[in-house]
Design a protein around this ligand. Sequence first.
Ligand code: ATP
Length: 263
Amino acid sequence: MSITVRVPAKVNVQLAVGAPRPDGYHDLANVFLAVGLYDTVTATPADGLRLTVTGPDAAQVPLDGSNLAARAALALAERAGRTADVHLHIAKDIPVAGGMAGGSADAAAALVACDALWGLATPREVLLSICADLGSDVPFSLVGEAALGTGRGEKLEPLQVGGTFHWVFAAADGGLSTPAVYREFDRLCEGREVPAPTAAPALLAALRDGDPHALAATVDNDLQAAALSLNPALAATLAAGTEAGALAALVSGSGPTTAFLAE
Ligand code: ATP
């Protein structure tokens, strides 16, 4: 028997970032949208934990215990008091280190797949708390659709979306490390008062109305300047998308993937 779980990537249509907290994390107002670009994770019984990855970026995915899907399987097994005897196969279409929560997606998918394979029926709140321990974006990958994340992004509130938005994504050569982008954000903000992050009411209304023009006028990513500072070539990609007629062009999360909202 095997269980296959398909899990979407995300784009942040708003990523408001506050000042660093004493624990090093930043408070966020993070508006996540799941997008139609997927990884699939297949869990099959095995002796011990085994991991394989296929897809265009497979060579960049770690196959050791640092893989987020492996960490998810181990965390669930530990909680259930069993061994993680599973072969996880990741068929990867989400760009690696692209700001589209690819690793987080695999972690959420591995949790759901292992939970079903092992017949655990773990309550949703417990799965969500394992997700939050694995990383700030993992809880959203479990719930999908659209949500506002607060705290470091892990406290989720579902959002209404009144239509379908069409996106074009441009993958970039090389990745950007999320911690490095936050460090650059902190550097760029030095000596400035950073306001507390809040979700923009006009953006939430645009999502509710399914109105791409209103959404285009309100998308906002506080990490964009930091991502552009670390990878200046992204500015030309954003400009090319705008010239090609995108309603909005922005860096996805911590980048370097860029996202273009289409009519
Ligand atoms: P986010 O949008 O959540 O900031 P990201 O999309 O920028 O994340 P990921 O693709 O999740 O970045 O990968 C970040 C790093 O995590 C990679 O460089 C890789 O070393 C490591 N990693 C661990 N597990 C995975 C996985 N299953 N898939 C991809 N990368 C993984």
